[in-house]
Design a protein around this ligand. Structure first.
Ligand SMILES: Nc1nc2c(c(=O)[nH]1)N[C@@H](CN(C=O)c1ccc(C(=O)N[C@@H](CCC(=O)O)C(=O)O)cc1)CN2
Length: 295
Protein backbone atom coordinates (compact mmCIF):
# COMPACT_ATOMS: atom_id res chain seq x y z
CA UNK A 1 0.00 0.00 0.00
CA UNK A 2 1.28 3.46 -0.88
CA UNK A 3 0.02 6.67 0.69
CA UNK A 4 -0.87 9.41 -1.80
CA UNK A 5 0.74 12.42 -0.15
CA UNK A 6 -1.35 15.50 -0.93
CA UNK A 7 1.02 17.79 0.96
CA UNK A 8 3.97 16.66 -1.15
CA UNK A 9 2.16 16.90 -4.51
CA UNK A 10 0.60 20.23 -3.57
CA UNK A 11 4.06 21.58 -2.64
CA UNK A 12 5.36 20.46 -6.06
CA UNK A 13 2.47 22.22 -7.88
CA UNK A 14 3.02 25.35 -5.80
CA UNK A 15 6.77 25.32 -6.55
CA UNK A 16 5.99 25.19 -10.30
CA UNK A 17 3.59 28.13 -9.93
CA UNK A 18 6.15 30.10 -7.91
CA UNK A 19 8.60 29.64 -10.82
CA UNK A 20 5.94 30.93 -13.23
CA UNK A 21 5.47 34.01 -11.05
CA UNK A 22 9.23 34.63 -11.13
CA UNK A 23 9.10 34.44 -14.93
CA UNK A 24 6.12 36.82 -15.10
CA UNK A 25 7.92 39.32 -12.87
CA UNK A 26 11.10 39.07 -14.94
CA UNK A 27 9.04 39.97 -18.01
CA UNK A 28 7.50 42.92 -16.16
CA UNK A 29 4.07 41.27 -16.30
CA UNK A 30 1.29 41.36 -13.74
CA UNK A 31 1.20 38.59 -11.11
CA UNK A 32 -2.02 36.56 -10.60
CA UNK A 33 -4.48 38.11 -8.15
CA UNK A 34 -7.12 36.03 -6.33
CA UNK A 35 -10.08 37.58 -4.50
CA UNK A 36 -11.69 35.44 -1.80
CA UNK A 37 -15.02 36.22 -0.17
CA UNK A 38 -15.78 34.82 3.27
CA UNK A 39 -19.23 35.34 4.78
CA UNK A 40 -19.70 34.67 8.49
CA UNK A 41 -17.31 32.80 10.77
CA UNK A 42 -17.72 29.10 10.10
CA UNK A 43 -14.49 27.74 11.68
CA UNK A 44 -13.79 25.27 8.86
CA UNK A 45 -14.33 27.94 6.19
CA UNK A 46 -12.02 30.29 8.12
CA UNK A 47 -9.30 27.62 8.02
CA UNK A 48 -9.71 26.95 4.30
CA UNK A 49 -9.75 30.61 3.30
CA UNK A 50 -6.74 31.39 5.51
CA UNK A 51 -4.92 28.53 3.80
CA UNK A 52 -5.80 29.90 0.34
CA UNK A 53 -4.56 33.39 1.25
CA UNK A 54 -1.36 32.00 2.81
CA UNK A 55 -0.70 29.81 -0.23
CA UNK A 56 -1.06 32.82 -2.53
CA UNK A 57 1.55 34.70 -0.50
CA UNK A 58 3.93 31.71 -0.52
CA UNK A 59 4.02 31.54 -4.31
CA UNK A 60 3.98 35.27 -5.01
CA UNK A 61 0.32 35.68 -6.03
CA UNK A 62 -1.59 38.71 -4.81
CA UNK A 63 -4.74 38.03 -2.85
CA UNK A 64 -7.57 40.11 -1.50
CA UNK A 65 -9.82 38.79 1.25
CA UNK A 66 -13.27 40.32 1.63
CA UNK A 67 -14.93 39.36 4.91
CA UNK A 68 -18.60 39.98 5.60
CA UNK A 69 -20.84 39.48 8.58
CA UNK A 70 -23.13 36.41 8.40
CA UNK A 71 -26.09 38.82 8.28
CA UNK A 72 -24.95 40.56 5.08
CA UNK A 73 -27.81 41.10 2.64
CA UNK A 74 -27.79 39.09 -0.55
CA UNK A 75 -27.81 42.32 -2.56
CA UNK A 76 -24.75 43.71 -0.79
CA UNK A 77 -22.88 40.48 -1.47
CA UNK A 78 -23.89 40.45 -5.14
CA UNK A 79 -22.86 44.12 -5.49
CA UNK A 80 -19.42 43.29 -4.13
CA UNK A 81 -19.03 40.41 -6.57
CA UNK A 82 -19.97 42.77 -9.40
CA UNK A 83 -17.26 45.20 -8.26
CA UNK A 84 -14.70 42.37 -8.34
CA UNK A 85 -15.94 41.33 -11.79
CA UNK A 86 -15.31 44.89 -13.00
CA UNK A 87 -11.91 45.22 -11.33
CA UNK A 88 -9.32 44.53 -14.05
CA UNK A 89 -6.61 43.77 -11.46
CA UNK A 90 -8.54 40.76 -10.09
CA UNK A 91 -8.03 37.55 -12.09
CA UNK A 92 -9.91 35.01 -9.99
CA UNK A 93 -12.88 35.22 -7.62
CA UNK A 94 -14.09 32.64 -5.14
CA UNK A 95 -16.92 32.75 -2.65
CA UNK A 96 -16.26 30.30 0.15
CA UNK A 97 -19.10 27.79 0.60
CA UNK A 98 -21.34 27.11 2.42
CA UNK A 99 -23.12 30.47 2.64
CA UNK A 100 -25.67 31.44 5.31
CA UNK A 101 -29.14 30.06 4.58
CA UNK A 102 -30.73 33.43 3.65
CA UNK A 103 -28.36 33.80 0.70
CA UNK A 104 -29.13 32.05 -2.59
CA UNK A 105 -25.92 30.19 -3.38
CA UNK A 106 -26.90 29.61 -7.01
CA UNK A 107 -27.51 33.32 -7.57
CA UNK A 108 -24.15 34.15 -6.01
CA UNK A 109 -22.28 31.69 -8.21
CA UNK A 110 -24.14 32.86 -11.32
CA UNK A 111 -23.08 36.46 -10.57
CA UNK A 112 -19.36 35.66 -10.77
CA UNK A 113 -17.90 36.49 -14.19
CA UNK A 114 -17.28 33.01 -15.74
CA UNK A 115 -13.85 34.17 -16.91
CA UNK A 116 -12.90 34.81 -13.23
CA UNK A 117 -14.73 31.79 -11.79
CA UNK A 118 -11.64 29.90 -10.60
CA UNK A 119 -13.81 27.53 -8.53
CA UNK A 120 -15.38 26.33 -11.79
CA UNK A 121 -18.89 26.40 -10.29
CA UNK A 122 -20.56 28.80 -12.79
CA UNK A 123 -22.96 26.94 -15.15
CA UNK A 124 -20.95 28.27 -18.10
CA UNK A 125 -17.81 26.49 -16.84
CA UNK A 126 -19.76 23.38 -15.80
CA UNK A 127 -21.33 23.18 -19.27
CA UNK A 128 -17.98 23.63 -21.00
CA UNK A 129 -16.38 20.98 -18.82
CA UNK A 130 -19.18 18.50 -19.63
CA UNK A 131 -18.78 19.29 -23.34
CA UNK A 132 -15.03 18.67 -23.08
CA UNK A 133 -14.19 22.30 -23.84
CA UNK A 134 -11.51 24.29 -21.99
CA UNK A 135 -13.02 25.43 -18.68
CA UNK A 136 -12.14 26.08 -15.06
CA UNK A 137 -12.43 22.67 -13.37
CA UNK A 138 -13.72 22.57 -9.76
CA UNK A 139 -10.68 22.48 -7.51
CA UNK A 140 -11.27 19.22 -5.62
CA UNK A 141 -11.79 16.95 -8.66
CA UNK A 142 -9.06 18.81 -10.54
CA UNK A 143 -6.71 18.29 -7.58
CA UNK A 144 -7.52 14.56 -7.53
CA UNK A 145 -6.71 14.33 -11.27
CA UNK A 146 -3.37 16.08 -10.62
CA UNK A 147 -2.65 13.58 -7.83
CA UNK A 148 -3.47 10.55 -10.05
CA UNK A 149 -1.22 12.05 -12.73
CA UNK A 150 1.64 12.73 -10.30
CA UNK A 151 1.68 9.13 -9.05
CA UNK A 152 1.12 7.76 -12.57
CA UNK A 153 -1.80 5.67 -11.36
CA UNK A 154 -3.24 3.57 -14.20
CA UNK A 155 -6.86 4.57 -14.88
CA UNK A 156 -7.50 3.42 -18.47
CA UNK A 157 -10.23 0.78 -18.60
CA UNK A 158 -10.59 0.74 -14.81
CA UNK A 159 -13.92 0.74 -13.02
CA UNK A 160 -14.18 3.87 -10.89
CA UNK A 161 -16.95 4.16 -8.33
CA UNK A 162 -17.67 7.69 -7.14
CA UNK A 163 -19.70 7.92 -3.93
CA UNK A 164 -21.62 11.20 -3.73
CA UNK A 165 -23.13 13.33 -6.51
CA UNK A 166 -22.46 16.89 -5.30
CA UNK A 167 -22.01 19.64 -7.88
CA UNK A 168 -18.57 20.49 -6.52
CA UNK A 169 -17.04 17.01 -6.22
CA UNK A 170 -18.93 13.82 -7.17
CA UNK A 171 -20.56 14.88 -10.43
CA UNK A 172 -17.51 16.64 -11.98
CA UNK A 173 -15.27 13.79 -10.74
CA UNK A 174 -17.37 11.25 -12.63
CA UNK A 175 -17.08 13.31 -15.81
CA UNK A 176 -13.31 13.80 -15.55
CA UNK A 177 -12.62 10.11 -14.85
CA UNK A 178 -14.70 9.01 -17.84
CA UNK A 179 -12.99 11.49 -20.20
CA UNK A 180 -10.85 10.19 -23.10
CA UNK A 181 -7.62 11.38 -21.47
CA UNK A 182 -4.88 10.27 -19.13
CA UNK A 183 -5.79 10.14 -16.28
CA UNK A 184 -9.28 9.17 -17.42
CA UNK A 185 -10.81 6.50 -19.68
CA UNK A 186 -12.47 4.88 -16.66
CA UNK A 187 -15.83 3.18 -16.68
CA UNK A 188 -17.57 5.24 -14.02
CA UNK A 189 -20.41 4.40 -11.67
CA UNK A 190 -21.75 7.48 -9.88
CA UNK A 191 -23.46 6.36 -6.68
CA UNK A 192 -25.46 8.31 -4.09
CA UNK A 193 -27.83 8.06 -1.13
CA UNK A 194 -30.49 6.23 -3.18
CA UNK A 195 -28.10 3.65 -4.67
CA UNK A 196 -29.13 0.06 -4.02
CA UNK A 197 -26.40 -2.56 -3.33
CA UNK A 198 -23.67 0.03 -2.79
CA UNK A 199 -21.40 -2.51 -1.11
CA UNK A 200 -21.58 -4.89 -4.10
CA UNK A 201 -20.90 -2.03 -6.52
CA UNK A 202 -17.91 -0.81 -4.48
CA UNK A 203 -16.50 -4.34 -4.36
CA UNK A 204 -16.24 -4.19 -8.17
CA UNK A 205 -14.31 -0.92 -8.08
CA UNK A 206 -10.67 -0.56 -9.10
CA UNK A 207 -10.86 3.06 -7.94
CA UNK A 208 -13.16 4.44 -5.23
CA UNK A 209 -13.67 8.17 -4.73
CA UNK A 210 -15.53 8.72 -1.45
CA UNK A 211 -17.24 12.12 -1.32
CA UNK A 212 -20.35 11.52 0.75
CA UNK A 213 -19.52 13.62 3.82
CA UNK A 214 -20.10 10.82 6.35
CA UNK A 215 -17.27 9.81 8.70
CA UNK A 216 -15.84 6.30 8.14
CA UNK A 217 -18.61 5.49 5.64
CA UNK A 218 -16.43 3.24 3.45
CA UNK A 219 -15.56 0.13 5.43
CA UNK A 220 -13.07 -2.66 4.64
CA UNK A 221 -15.80 -5.08 3.50
CA UNK A 222 -16.68 -2.63 0.66
CA UNK A 223 -13.17 -2.54 -0.83
CA UNK A 224 -11.56 -5.00 -3.25
CA UNK A 225 -7.92 -6.06 -2.65
CA UNK A 226 -5.59 -3.68 -4.51
CA UNK A 227 -8.14 -0.92 -5.11
CA UNK A 228 -7.12 2.75 -5.24
CA UNK A 229 -9.05 4.72 -2.60
CA UNK A 230 -9.41 8.49 -2.73
CA UNK A 231 -10.99 10.01 0.38
CA UNK A 232 -12.54 13.45 -0.13
CA UNK A 233 -14.26 13.60 3.28
CA UNK A 234 -13.11 16.08 5.89
CA UNK A 235 -15.35 15.50 8.90
CA UNK A 236 -14.73 17.19 12.25
CA UNK A 237 -15.33 14.72 15.09
CA UNK A 238 -15.43 15.90 18.70
CA UNK A 239 -12.31 14.79 20.57
CA UNK A 240 -11.68 16.10 24.08
CA UNK A 241 -8.08 14.87 23.97
CA UNK A 242 -7.25 17.39 21.21
CA UNK A 243 -6.44 21.03 21.93
CA UNK A 244 -8.84 22.07 19.17
CA UNK A 245 -11.60 19.88 20.64
CA UNK A 246 -11.94 17.87 17.42
CA UNK A 247 -10.09 15.58 15.06
CA UNK A 248 -10.45 15.19 11.30
CA UNK A 249 -11.85 11.98 9.90
CA UNK A 250 -12.40 11.06 6.27
CA UNK A 251 -15.29 9.24 4.60
CA UNK A 252 -13.12 6.09 4.64
CA UNK A 253 -12.38 3.92 7.67
CA UNK A 254 -8.68 4.46 7.00
CA UNK A 255 -7.08 1.98 9.44
CA UNK A 256 -9.24 -0.93 8.31
CA UNK A 257 -9.28 -0.07 4.59
CA UNK A 258 -5.65 1.00 3.97
CA UNK A 259 -4.08 -2.52 4.20
CA UNK A 260 -6.36 -3.73 1.36
CA UNK A 261 -5.50 -0.90 -1.06
CA UNK A 262 -2.72 -0.31 -3.58
CA UNK A 263 -2.93 3.48 -3.05
CA UNK A 264 -4.89 5.54 -0.54
CA UNK A 265 -5.17 9.21 0.42
CA UNK A 266 -4.95 10.09 4.12
CA UNK A 267 -7.13 12.65 5.94
CA UNK A 268 -5.74 15.16 6.65
CA UNK A 269 -2.92 15.55 4.13
CA UNK A 270 -4.54 13.97 1.08
CA UNK A 271 -7.16 15.58 -1.13
CA UNK A 272 -7.48 18.80 0.97
CA UNK A 273 -4.07 20.29 0.07
CA UNK A 274 -4.65 19.29 -3.58
CA UNK A 275 -7.85 21.37 -3.60
CA UNK A 276 -5.79 24.45 -2.76
CA UNK A 277 -3.10 23.61 -5.34
CA UNK A 278 -5.73 23.18 -8.07
CA UNK A 279 -7.38 26.49 -7.17
CA UNK A 280 -4.01 28.23 -7.53
CA UNK A 281 -3.48 26.57 -10.93
CA UNK A 282 -6.89 27.82 -12.07
CA UNK A 283 -6.00 31.31 -10.84
CA UNK A 284 -2.72 31.24 -12.75
CA UNK A 285 -4.55 30.23 -15.94
CA UNK A 286 -7.19 32.92 -15.31
CA UNK A 287 -4.47 35.56 -15.11
CA UNK A 288 -3.29 34.51 -18.57
CA UNK A 289 -6.84 34.40 -19.90
CA UNK A 290 -6.60 30.61 -20.33
CA UNK A 291 -8.81 27.79 -19.14
CA UNK A 292 -7.82 24.22 -18.39
CA UNK A 293 -8.23 21.61 -21.10
CA UNK A 294 -8.63 18.17 -19.53
CA UNK A 295 -8.95 16.40 -22.91
N1 LIG B 1 -15.72 28.15 -2.79
C1 LIG B 1 -15.42 26.92 -2.37
N2 LIG B 1 -15.95 26.46 -1.23
C2 LIG B 1 -15.65 25.19 -0.82
C3 LIG B 1 -14.75 24.38 -1.58
C4 LIG B 1 -14.23 24.90 -2.78
O1 LIG B 1 -13.46 24.22 -3.53
N3 LIG B 1 -14.58 26.17 -3.13
N4 LIG B 1 -14.35 23.14 -1.08
C5 LIG B 1 -14.59 22.81 0.31
C6 LIG B 1 -13.56 23.37 1.27
N5 LIG B 1 -12.18 23.56 0.77
C7 LIG B 1 -11.92 24.57 -0.08
O2 LIG B 1 -12.51 25.60 -0.07
C8 LIG B 1 -11.07 22.90 1.37
C9 LIG B 1 -11.24 21.83 2.23
C10 LIG B 1 -10.13 21.26 2.86
C11 LIG B 1 -8.86 21.73 2.63
C12 LIG B 1 -7.66 21.20 3.34
O3 LIG B 1 -6.57 21.56 3.01
N6 LIG B 1 -7.85 20.37 4.35
C13 LIG B 1 -6.76 19.90 5.17
C14 LIG B 1 -7.20 19.95 6.62
C15 LIG B 1 -7.49 21.35 7.06
C16 LIG B 1 -8.07 21.41 8.47
O4 LIG B 1 -7.26 21.41 9.40
O5 LIG B 1 -9.30 21.47 8.62
C17 LIG B 1 -6.40 18.47 4.79
O6 LIG B 1 -7.27 17.75 4.31
O7 LIG B 1 -5.24 18.12 4.99
C18 LIG B 1 -8.70 22.78 1.77
C19 LIG B 1 -9.78 23.35 1.13
C20 LIG B 1 -15.96 23.35 0.73
N7 LIG B 1 -16.13 24.72 0.35
Amino acid sequence: MQILDGKLVSAAVKAQLADKVTELKALGKKVPHLAAILVGNNPASETYVASKVKSCAEIGFHSTLLRFDAKISEKHLLDNITLLNENADIDGILVQLPLPKHINEELVINTIDPSKDVDGFHPMNVGKMVAGLPAYIPATPYGIMLMLEHYNIPTKGKHAVVIGRSHIVGTPMSILLSRNANPGNCTVTLTHSQTVNLKEICLQADIIVAAIGRPNFVTADMVKEGAVVIDVGINRIEDATKKSGFRLVGDVDYNAVAPKTSFITPVPGGVGPMTIAALLKNTYHASLGQKVNMN
